[in-house]
Ligand binder design. Structure first.
Ligand code: R5P
Length: 271
């Protein structure tokens, strides 16, 4: 691995634990003013000390994040879709160049792939092309398995194996097309197969907000099953106590705390 890429990767996945807590705040690129992110600058201010890396779009980065105090940035560089046309969510393009990401002092870039959809080829091509460009500059590439609304359908009880097969497929495809880190979702009972089939580190997206105890439980399960950390959004910034929640997540990821211990910490810090 070239020096620059390795150095940037180490800014994201901390060498002392080999894990990461990334904070995802890129939801607005297709969802608009997502609950909790109406004023992203205010939301993240109290959370920045506890995240190893931040995942915004270039707009939010430039307008809401102080360049003097920003943590390592993984810039979202795919988009062009919106919730106004849900049926076209998979019709993504690249929205930023690798050069621009370098100008913005990003350590990495993130691209969604929509495996199994009408535009899968286009989105996989987005990732492959961005990986080629980004790696010229030693930028880390994060491949995201985007599942959109179909995640809810696949999350029905009894469909865990099917969901695991799908996430394993998408995560592997992300790695095969140049991702250095693959971001996916937790699937109970089968997550080790998703991790086992992917040659690059896997980080966990949280999905829709669930009760804090539940989010800490699946975070812990995912780490136990081999995830290298989280790139979590709504289950942190939509929490009743976001700063307490991110510290509770950190305690699992970096300190190996149990879900009970992490929840106790959340309650203690969150009042
Ligand atoms: C989709 O908007 C992005 O990939 C998010 O960064 C990802 O879904 C992680 O956020 P959350 O934990 O809210 O699912």
């Amino acid at each position: 691995m070239q020096w620059g890429l390795e150095s940037r990767l180490a800014q994201i996945i901390k060498p002392d634990t080999n894990r990461t807590v990334m904070l995802a705040i890129d939801h607005g690129y297709f969802q608009g003013p997502t609950t909790g992110l109406e004023e992203p600058g205010k939301t993240v201010e109290a959370l920045l000390p506890y995240c190893d890396a931040l995942s915004p779009t270039k707009g939010i980065l430039q307008y809401c994040i102080d360049p003097r105090t920003a943590p390592p940035i993984i810039l979202r560089v795919s988009g062009g879709n919106s919730m106004a046309r849900r049926e076209e969510l998979d019709d993504e393009i690249l929205t930023c160049t690798a050069e621009e990401a370098v100008r913005l002092n990003a350590v990495g870039v993130s691209v969604s792939i929509y495996v199994g959809t009408e535009h899968q080829r286009q989105t996989i091509q987005n990732l492959a092309r961005m990986a080629d460009e980004a790696h010229k500059y030693g930028l880390v590439v994060l491949g995201i398995s985007a599942v959109g609304t179909s995640l809810d359908e696949l999350r029905q009880p009894g469909k865990e194996e099917e969901l695991a097969r799908y996430l394993a497929l998408a995560s592997r495809i992300a790695a095969e097309h140049g991702a250095d880190i693959s971001k996916t979702y937790y699937v109970p009972g089968h997550f080790d197969k998703v991790v086992g089939g992917c040659p690059v580190p896997i980080v966990l997206a949280g999905g829709k907000k669930v009760p804090e105890r539940e989010a800490l439980q699946f975070t812990s399960n995912a780490i136990r099953d081999g995830a290298s950390g989280v790139d979590m959004g709504r289950n942190i910034f939509q929490s009743e106590a976001p700063a307490a929640m991110i510290q509770a997540v950190r305690s699992i990821v970096h300190e190996g705390k149990s879900p009970d211990e992490a929840y106790a910490l959340y309650e203690e810090l969150g009042g």
